[in-house]
Ligand binder design. Structure first.
Ligand code: ADP
Ligand code: MG
Length: 409
């Protein structure tokens, strides 16, 4: 895969940089700017080389059938542009549209080494369209912004598993390269899949098993131990016959989960499940709660975190690991009263000597919000879905597009 250096002299050329700046927001306040920070090296490298950088990025999930509806509903990238300006120490202009007059004007005003942004690319319904022609149309409009000597750099690792116009179709239209973040992320994922040091322990949490069953199935071929916690663990516990009350449950996944547990047993992969849970009266930050063993879960309660015995069990299953991949908080860490399980997992992983990778938007936000320094782990991935699909062994459309040559114009 080509890197930025392979693009040759970029001075004075317009570079469309697809970045992943999809940061969690509380209203218009950014609660974790990790993805913005992770994009800085590539932005600075391009600007430092004298390129005129127009950043393309999405934020949240705008809804509506038309550009107008989506733009009216938001979210705008304005808070992201403001934060990026602060981090870069100079003004980053934000266009009022994605690929229309405002974006064209912003590009025209860019000086060599300047950085600007187009508005939330998902305001354009074509960005995520399943219709190839619709996506291609948007890609052509975007490519036109960059002019005849335009370039494309793909650095939005967290979006590489999406077959979207700015990720998949646009690189085919311009000479392109992968950004430094994408190269670093892919190098780490390769280490996980090609010959990990053992024991290789995978921790999976998060809300729903349906998101992650495919990766679990694939990991049974490489991991030595699988720790299952968080919202997805209740379906596993239910599959083993335990009552889980009103906890998150994907009833229809139980047969698949049971099969997976059987397959793990056949392959000798140890599956570590919770032994006690924090049972709360409801989903709220100040819900009353108590610790109960898994065999004794009250029918009218809902679990929002792992109990102390589970925290110890998970930590001991991680103690001798040489390679760790972790995706998915094991409790509702957003509520401080229910963050202990996630904190315990993060602590145990930070003590591991070997390759430790944290992947997933919420997981990365969790470790930062809980106060862990970035260097407590070998690598904090900016992409949950993208890392998981890579580990599932699925080709990532955006990665394939970066690896391919652009079509002859
Ligand atoms: P990532 O973004 O890292 O891939 P997910 O999106 O899969 O992670 O899951 C994150 C969400 O899972 C968090 O918002 C968290 O509140 C929720 N979650 C974790 N554990 C539980 C639990 N025990 N009960 C309910 N929700 C949970
Ligand atoms: Mg998430």
């Amino acid at each position: 895969m080509r890197g930025i250096a392979d693009l040759g002299d970029i001075a004075g050329r317009t570079v469309l940089l697809r970045a992943d700046l999809n940061t969690p927001l509380d209203g218009t306040t950014i609660t974790d700017d990790g993805r913005i920070r992770a994009s800085l090296p590539t932005i600075s490298k391009l600007a430092g080389g004298g390129a005129r950088v127009l950043i393309l990025a999405h934020l949240g999930r705008p809804s509506g059938d038309s550009y107008a509806q989506r733009a009216a509903g938001g979210p705008s990238l304005a808070p992201v542009a403001a934060r990026l300006s602060e981090l870069l120490g100079h003004e980053v202009a934000l266009a009022g549209d994605v690929a229309e007059d405002s974006a064209a004007g912003v590009v025209a005003r860019l000086a060599d080494g300047g950085v600007a942004m187009a508005e939330n690319i998902r305001f354009e319904p074509a960005e995520t369209s399943k219709d190839d022609a619709e996506r291609a149309g948007l890609a052509r409009r975007l490519a036109a912004l960059a002019g005849p000597r335009g370039l494309y750099v793909g650095d939005g690792f967290g979006a590489l598993h999406r077959k979207h116009a700015s990720v998949y179709d646009l690189p085919a239209l311009l000479p392109h390269a992968a950004g430094d973040l994408v190269l670093a992320e892919v190098a780490v994922l390769r280490q996980l899949t090609e010959n990990p040091q053992r024991p290789y322990v995978v921790v999976l949490g998060g809300a729903k098993p349906s998101d992650k069953l495919a990766v679990i199935a694939n990991l049974l071929g490489s991991a030595d131990r699988l720790i299952i916690g968080g919202g997805m663990s209740y379906t596993f516990l239910r599959a083993q016959g335990y009552e889980v009350g009103k906890s998150l449950l994907e009833e229809n996944m139980i047969p698949q989960v049971s099969e997976l547990l059987d397959e793990a047993a056949r392959r000798g992969v140890k599956v570590v499940l919770p032994v006690d849970l924090v049972a709360a009266t409801g989903y709220s930050p100040d819900a009353e709660h108590e610790v109960v063993p898994v065999g004794d879960f009250p029918a009218d309660r809902e679990s929002l975190d792992m109990g102390p015995a589970t925290r110890e069990l998970f930590a001991s299953a991680l103690a001798d690991a040489r390679t760790v991949f972790w995706n998915g908080p094991v409790g509702v860490f957003e509520f401080p009263a229910f963050a202990a399980g996630t904190r315990a997992v993060a602590e145990a992983i930070s003590r591991v000597s070997g390759l430790t990778v944290v992947g997933g938007g919420d997981s990365a936000a969790a470790v930062r919000i809980l106060g862990f320094p970035d260097d407590a782990f070998t690598h904090i991935s900016t992409g949950g879905g993208a890392s998981l699909e890579y580990l599932e062994g699925r080709p990532l459309p955006g990665l394939a597009a970066l690896e391919a040559d652009e079509a002859a114009a």
